[in-house]
Write a protein that binds this ligand. Structure first.
Ligand code: COA
Ligand code: AMP
Length: 633
C-alpha cells in the first residue's frame, strides 16, 4: 500500500494540471486562469495562463481580510543592533502600501525593475513586497557582492529605481553600502533614475542631489498604494545566480505559479500551518531568503523571522537557540555550514541547554551537501528530525525532500530523500540513457517543470535553452551529479560544472579565474573548490606567472586575493592561492581541476592516462603542502 507521499507523488505525475489547480484554490485570483499549464510554446511552459494575480495581496491583504490582521507577520531580530521589531499583518501591509505608494510616486509601475541592495532590515522585505504590490519586478542583490557584480546586474535588469541602505552590519563591523552602490552606478552603463536610501544610525550615507531620496522622506509624503493585479505569468522577480562563467544568470520567477508552489510547500514539505512561526536563517539576497523568509511563510499566513546576525559570534553559539526560544519558532531552515560553525564552538551543545526549545519541531537544511556528521550531531543535540533537502535558485523550492507534511519517510543521512511531488527526477549517463540505481549520472528534471521553477532567464530565452535544456533534450539540467538508491532516495554528490558552494553561497570558480587571469603577472590560472571544515568548500587559486616575472608568491598572492574581493566581493571567501610552475593538463589542454581537488582533499587519486606530465601533480602537491594541505598518504 503506497504511503501518503507516494500517493501524492503519483497524483502530481498522473494529472499535474488537476493537482496544481487544486493547490491554487487556496489563493486569491483576481481573474481565474484559462489554462492551468500552457504548453503552446514548448519548452517555455507557463503556469496559470490567463489568470490575474497579485502576490502581495496573497501574502498580506488576503490574511487581513480573513481575520489575521493582528497576528504577527514579521519579526525582525537583530543582535548586531540589539533590536527586535514586530509587525502584525496589518502593520506590515500598511508599511508595504506606503512604500508601494512611494515607488509609484517616483514613476515605478508594473513591469519596471527595482534593484534592492540592502542588508537584513525590515525595509528590505517591505521593499520586495511593495514592488510585488504594484507589479514591479524586484531584483535583490546580496550585500556581500562587490560594485562590479552589482553593476553587471544593474546593466542586465535596467532598473528604474534602486532601494538601498546606508550600511550593513556584519558581526561587529559596520559596512557602508552606499559608497558601493554609488561606485556600481558609476560603473554601470544603465543609470537608474532614483535611489531611495534607508539611513541607519551606524553610518549615515551622503545622498546625491537630484537622484537620491531618504527613505523616510520618500515614504512620509506618499499615499498608500493598492494592489495591482498582473498576469500570473508576469515576472515577480529576477534573481541573479552564478553560472558557468563570470556572467550571472538572471533567473526569472513568475507570480502565480510561484505562489502556488510555495504555499503548497509550506504545508506539505515543511509541515507549517498558518499562525506558526517559521524561520529561514539565510539572507534575502539568496533564493532561500526570497522563498522562505519572505514569500512562503507570508503566503501561508505564518510568522516569519528576519534575523540580522550570524549563527556564532552575535554574541555566541547560542544565538539560534535564543531566537527560537524568544519567538516560539516551530521550524528552522538554514544551511549545514551554520551548524558546522555552531558545532565547532559548542560541541557539547551547552548553549542549547540554556534555552526553552520546547516548541521547536523540525530543522531543515539545504544550500549545500549536508554531511552526515553534521546532520546526526544536530539531531542528537536538538532531539528533533533534521531534514536535508535539495534545490537551487532556478527551481525556487525543493526538488527532493522528506515532505514532513505528507508523513515523514525514514531519514537516510547523506540523502535529501525522494523527489518532491511535481518533480520528475532522472539520472542520465553521457549518452542520455537512464543510469541504473546506485550509479552516478547527471541529475536532470523531465520537462515540463512544476510551478515555481524558472520559466526562463531575464531577456534571454536562448540562454535558458542553451544553459539548461540543450544538453539532454526534453530535460532540465540541474548541474548536479548524483545517484538514486533502490528505495528511490537521491544522493547529490557534486556539480558537473565549475560551481562551488562556499558557506552555502553559490559561486563560480570560472568567474574567479577570469579575475586572476587579468593580473599582469599571471599567464594562466585555475581555481578549485576544496573541502573546508566549516564552509563546506573554499576556493584555492593556482597561478603560473608569465615568463620574466621575478616577483614571487609573497607579493603576488595578496594582490590576487584583493582583486577577487574587489571584483566579486568578500562573499567569494577567496583567501588562498599559490604560484606554481605549471598547471596539470590533459594532452588536449584541459586543466585537471578534479585531480587537484582530490589532492587537496586528501583523497586517493590516479593520474589520468591523458595527463601531459604526471610530475606536475607532485608540484601541485608541494604547493598545497605549503598552504597547509598535507600530502596524501
Ligand atoms: N554584506 C556584506 N558582506 C557580507 C555579507 C553581507 N550581507 N555577508 C557576508 N559578507 C562578508 C563577510 O563579512 C565575510 O567578509 P570577510 O572576508 O571580510 O570576513 C565574507 O563576506 C564571507 O562571508 P561568510 O561566507 O558568510 O563567512 P563568515 O565567516 O562571515 O560566516 C558562517 C560563516 C558559516 C557563519 C556564515 O556563512 C553563515 O551563517 N552561513 C549560514 C547560512 C547562510 O547564510 N546560508 C546561505 C544560503 S541558505
Ligand atoms: P543555490 O542556487 O545557491 O541555491 O545553489 C544550488 C546548488 O547548491 C545545487 O545545485 C547544489 O549543487 C547545492 N545544493 C543545494 N542543496 C543541496 C543539498 N541538500 N545537497 C547537496 N547539494 C545541495
Amino acid at each position: 500500500m503506497p504511503n501518503v507521499y507516494e500517493q501524492t507523488y503519483r497524483r502530481a505525475q498522473d494529472d499535474p494540471e488537476a493537482f496544481w489547480a487544486a493547490a491554487a484554490e487556496s489563493l486569491y485570483w483576481h481573474r481565474r486562469w484559462e489554462t492551468v499549464r500552457d504548453d503552446a510554446r514548448p519548452p517555455f511552459h507557463r503556469w496559470f495562463a490567463g489568470a490575474q494575480f497579485n502576490t502581495c495581496y496573497n501574502c498580506l491583504d488576503r490574511h487581513i481580510e480573513r481575520g489575521r490582521g493582528k497576528q504577527l507577520a514579521l519579526v525582525y531580530d537583530s543582535p548586531v543592533t540589539d533590536t527586535v521589531r514586530r509587525f502584525t499583518y496589518s502593520e506590515l501591509r500598511d508599511a508595504v502600501a506606503r512604500v508601494a505608494g512611494a515607488l509609484a510616486a517616483q514613476g515605478v509601475s508594473a513591469g519596471d525593475r527595482v534593484i534592492i541592495y540592502m542588508p537584513m532590515v525590515p525595509e528590505a522585505v517591505i521593499g520586495m513586497l511593495a514592488c510585488a504590490r504594484i507589479g514591479a519586478v524586484h531584483s535583490v542583490v546580496f550585500g556581500g557582492f562587490a560594485p562590479k557584480e552589482l553593476a553587471a546586474r544593474i546593466d542586465d535588469a535596467r532598473p528604474k529605481l534602486v532601494l538601498s541602505a546606508s550600511c550593513g552590519i556584519e558581526g561587529n563591523r559596520v559596512l557602508p553600502y552606499k559608497p558601493l552602490l554609488d561606485e556600481a552606478i558609476a560603473l554601470a552603463t544603465h543609470k537608474p533614475e532614483r535611489v531611495i536610501v534607508v539611513q541607519r544610525p551606524q553610518a549615515e550615507a551622503s545622498l546625491v542631489a537630484g537622484r537620491d531620496l531618504d527613505w523616510r522622506d520618500a515614504c512620509d509624503s506618499a499615499a498608500p498604494a493598492d494592489c495591482v493585479p498582473v498576469a500570473a505569468t508576469d515576472p515577480l522577480y529576477i534573481l541573479y545566480t552564478s553560472g558557468t562563467t563570470g556572467v550571472p544568470k538572471g533567473v526569472v520567477r513568475d507570480n502565480g505559479g510561484h505562489a502556488v508552489a510555495l504555499n503548497w510547500s509550506m504545508e506539505h514539505v515543511y509541515g507549517v500551518g498558518a499562525g506558526e512561526v517559521y524561520w529561514a536563517a539565510s539572507d534575502i539576497g539568496w533564493v532561500v531568503g526570497h522563498s522562505y523568509i519572505v514569500y512562503g511563510p507570508l503566503l501561508r499566513g505564518a510568522t516569519t523571522i528576519l534575523y540580522e546576525g550570524k549563527p556564532v559570534g552575535t554574541p555566541d553559539p547560542g544565538a539560534f537557540w535564543r531566537v527560537i526560544a524568544e519567538h516560539g519558532v516551530s521550524v528552522l531552515f538554514t544551511a549545514p555550514t551554520a551548524f558546522r560553525a555552531i558545532k565547532k564552538e559548542d560541541p557539547e551543545g551547552r548553549f542549547m541547554q540554556q534555552h526553552d526549545l520546547s516548541r521547536f519541531r523540525t530543522l531543515f537544511l539545504a544550500g549545500e551537501r549536508c554531511d552526515p556528521d553534521t546532520l546526526i550531531w544536530a539531531r542528537e543535540q536538538l532531539g528533533v528530525p533534521v531534514i536535508d533537502h535539495w534545490w537551487q535558485t532556478e527551481t525556487g523550492w525543493a526538488i527532493a525532500a522528506n515532505c514532513v507534511g505528507l508523513g515523514m519517510l525514514p531519514v537516510k543521512p547523506g540523502s535529501p530523500t525522494r523527489a518532491v511531488p511535481g518533480f520528475d527526477v532522472r539520472i542520465l549517463g553521457e549518452d542520455g540513457a537512464q543510469m541504473p540505481d546506485g550509479e552516478i549520472g547527471a541529475i536532470v528534471l523531465k520537462l515540463p517543470l512544476p510551478p515555481g521553477c524558472l520559466p526562463t532567464l531575464w531577456n534571454n530565452d536562448a540562454g535558458y535553452e542553451a544553459s539548461y535544456l540543450s544538453r539532454y533534450p526534453g530535460h532540465y539540467l540541474t548541474g548536479d551529479a548524483g545517484f538514486r538508491d533502490d528505495d528511490g532516495y537521491l544522493y547529490i554528490m557534486s556539480r558537473v560544472d565549475d560551481i562551488i558552494n562556499v558557506a552555502g553561497h553559490r559561486l563560480s570558480t570560472g568567474g574567479m579565474e577570469e579575475v586572476l587571469a587579468f593580473h599582469p603577472d599571471v599567464a594562466e590560472c585555475a581555481v578549485v573548490g576544496v573541502a573546508d571544515a566549516i564552509k563546506g568548500e573554499i576556493p584555492i587559486g593556482f597561478v603560473v606567472t608569465k615568463a620574466g616575472v621575478t616577483r614571487g608568491e609573497a607579493e603576488i598572492v595578496p594582490e590576487l586575493v584583493e582583486r577577487v574581493r574587489e571584483s566579486i566581493g568578500p562573499v567569494a571567501a577567496f583567501k588562498i592561492a599559490a604560484v606554481v610552475p605549471r598547471l596539470p593538463k590533459t594532452r588536449s589542454g584541459k586543466i585537471l581541476r578534479g585531480t587537484v581537488k582530490k589532492i587537496a582533499d586528501g583523497q586517493p587519486y590516479t593520474a589520468p592516462a591523458t595527463i601531459d606530465d604526471p610530475a606536475i601533480l607532485d608540484e601541485i602537491t608541494d604547493a598545497l603542502a605549503r598552504l597547509g594541505y598535507p600530502k596524501p598518504a
